[in-house]
Ligand binder design. Structure first.
Ligand code: ADP
Ligand code: ZN
Length: 289
């Protein structure tokens, strides 16, 4: 049996199951301070005889295996979790192989293995929620370099009528600052789910996301793009993206039918936790090699 943690800024989802998407039990634990949250996490997993644990985490995190701080959450605004050695704490508690990656890389892995990109060796998973982040599967592997990508913070061309300053504490009007949930709420004065009938809100959202997708497509050439996260519950955003993207790309590269190419997660809200199970499976495989 495998253990999985989807570590988020508001909650930790813990599950036990297998690499095929079967989940035997799962719980949600609020993200408070590490001592409290992790005590509950450890208590949950102690009930099981596990072979490996996988963690898909909010970040930034240190995923460089050569680094002395590998397995840590690094520069999060959640100060109690800054520099927290998540992997080491789990290794100390369980003495098992631990797989570790970003929440969005985990989701990309799950979508490529079991979900909307099943059978493909390439996909991009983007979440548009409290923040914007993306994970990429490239030639069958999760994309990592110096560290993990931070595709939510790219710069986009501002809409001429948009005077909103942007919400990103680091860059103000990067993509995340302009188009994640908190930015939408601050610009329009209402939470996204209360803005359903305001067409201009979702038109502008599509305008920014289409620009981001154009850049991801030009750089990574993904075979499938999956858009998840709370904001993408507004399905009309897909329609705006399908309209803006061809205008931007202007036939420079040819793309598949957009409604088949840019899609919702095949695994719904389970992409992250299934991905973490798969990270556990990968950790177990590499231990056994
Ligand atoms: P997180 O990013 O924290 O994991 P979510 O993906 O649920 O969580 O994203 C939360 C953000 O998405 C909030 O800013 C919220 O306002 C926004 N959101 C959630 N549901 C909707 C909805 N139905 N329509 C528009 N925005 C939504
Ligand atoms: Zn930013």
């Amino acid at each position: 049996m495998l253990g999985a943690i989807e570590a988020g800024g508001t909650k930790f989802v813990c599950a036990v199951g297998d690499e095929l998407g079967n989940i035997a039990e799962s719980i949600q634990i609020p993200t408070t301070v590490p001592e409290e949250t992790m005590a509950e996490v450890i208590r949950f997993f102690k009930k099981y005889d596990l072979e490996a644990i996988g963690i898909g985490s909010f970040g930034p995190i240190d995923v460089n295996k050569e680094s002395p701080t590998y397995g840590n959450i690094t520069s999060t605004p959640k100060t109690a979790w800054k520099d927290y050695p998540l992997v080491q704490v789990m290794k100390d508690a369980f003495s098992l192989p631990v797989g570790f990656n970003t929440d969005v890389n985990a989701a990309a892995l799950a979508e490529a293995t079991l979900g909307a990109a099943k059978g493909l060796d390439s996909c991009l998973y983007i979440t548009i929620g409290t923040g914007i982040g993306a994970g990429a599967m490239v030639q069958g592997k999760l994309l990592e370099g110096l560290s993990h990508p931070e595709m939510g913070h790219i710069l986009v061309r501002r809409h001429p009528n948009d005077t909103y300053a942007g919400k990103c504490p680091y860059h103000h009007d990067c993509l995340e600052g302009l188009a994640a949930g908190p930015g939408i709420e601050e610009r329009w004065g209402e939470k996204g789910n209360n803005l359903v009938d305001r067409k201009e809100v979702w038109d502008l959202e599509g305008y920014y996301l289409a620009q981001a997708l154009m850049q991801y497509i030009l750089i990574l050439s993904p075979k499938k793009i999956i858009l998840g996260g709370g904001v993408m519950n507004q399905k009309q955003v897909f329609t705006y993206i399908y309209n803006y993207l061809p205008e931007l790309i202007n036939n420079y590269v040819s793309l598949p039918e957009l409604s088949d190419y840019i899609v919702s997660p095949g695994l719904g809200n389970y992409a992250g936790i299934n991905g973490s199970l798969l990270l556990a499976y990968q950790a177990l495989q590499s231990e056994n090699q």
